[in-house]
Design a protein around this ligand. Structure first.
Ligand code: ACO
Length: 173
């Protein structure tokens, strides 16, 4: 089957689809802080969030659609205080059925290009569970370096603590 890929910035009309996607990502793996309760946001809260993202020079939400189905998201959030507003925090997630097809890499590439042209972002950073080998590989491939290790950086079902890497990359035009 042929797949038609569209990457675009999220709009407020995407709110309910974004909630459904984040809920699904929470249910399909325990690699993120989203659990079976999902994102736990109302549609109006998500509309407000996406609107703020779209208005902001240092924040963005990009969506990946395959044949009109929302299958992936990358989100950059940033503080607005002048001393730290150049730092973008990354969240990335793809529906499990589509893992391993390059979509995460494409979303990250687009985000790095956006960051370079944003005029405000000079550093991207993220946290990732050490055991999330595909994600760590993707981030290293995209230029992130491991800057530190948080012991007990996450706690999953059953009370198991996990090591979490702090990763970052500097952004220059
Ligand atoms: N060990 C090492 N590398 C691996 C492994 C493994 N066990 N499994 C896959 N890989 C590699 C693949 O070969 C590929 O590398 P390549 O491009 O050099 O061949 C890479 O990992 C995966 O690249 P993509 O296909 O572009 O990524 P994908 O679309 O599958 O998305 C993602 C990756 C986002 C981690 C996806 O698996 C996902 O959504 N997982 C659940 C949510 C999650 O973990 N999100 C990240 C949390 S951390 C954060 O948000 C900052």
């Amino acid at each position: 089957m042929e797949y038609d890929l569209l990457i675009r910035e999220a709009e407020i009309q995407d709110a309910s689809a974004v909630i459904a996607l984040l809920d699904q990502i929470g249910q399909e793996s325990n690699f993120t802080s989203l659990d079976e309760n999902g994102i736990a946001m109302s549609e109006s809260e998500m509309q407000h969030f996406l609107d703020k993202q779209a208005q902001s020079d240092n924040q963005i939400t990009l969506l990946a659609f395959l044949n009109d189905e929302l299958v992936g998201i990358i989100n950059i959030t940033a503080d607005q205080r002048p001393r730290v507003r150049h730092i973008g925090d990354v969240f990335l997630g793809i529906k499990k059925a589509y893992w391993g097809n390059g979509l995460g890499s494409i979303l990250m590439e687009e985000t790095i290009e956006w960051a370079k042209s944003s005029g405000s972002i000079r550093r991207l950073q993220l946290t990732v569970q050490k055991r999330n080998l595909a994600a760590v590989h993707l981030y290293e491939k995209m230029g992130f370096i491991i800057e530190g290790l948080q012991e007990r950086g996450a706690c999953i079902e059953g009370g198991e603590f996990l090591d979490v890497y702090l990763m970052g990359q500097l952004i220059d035009e």
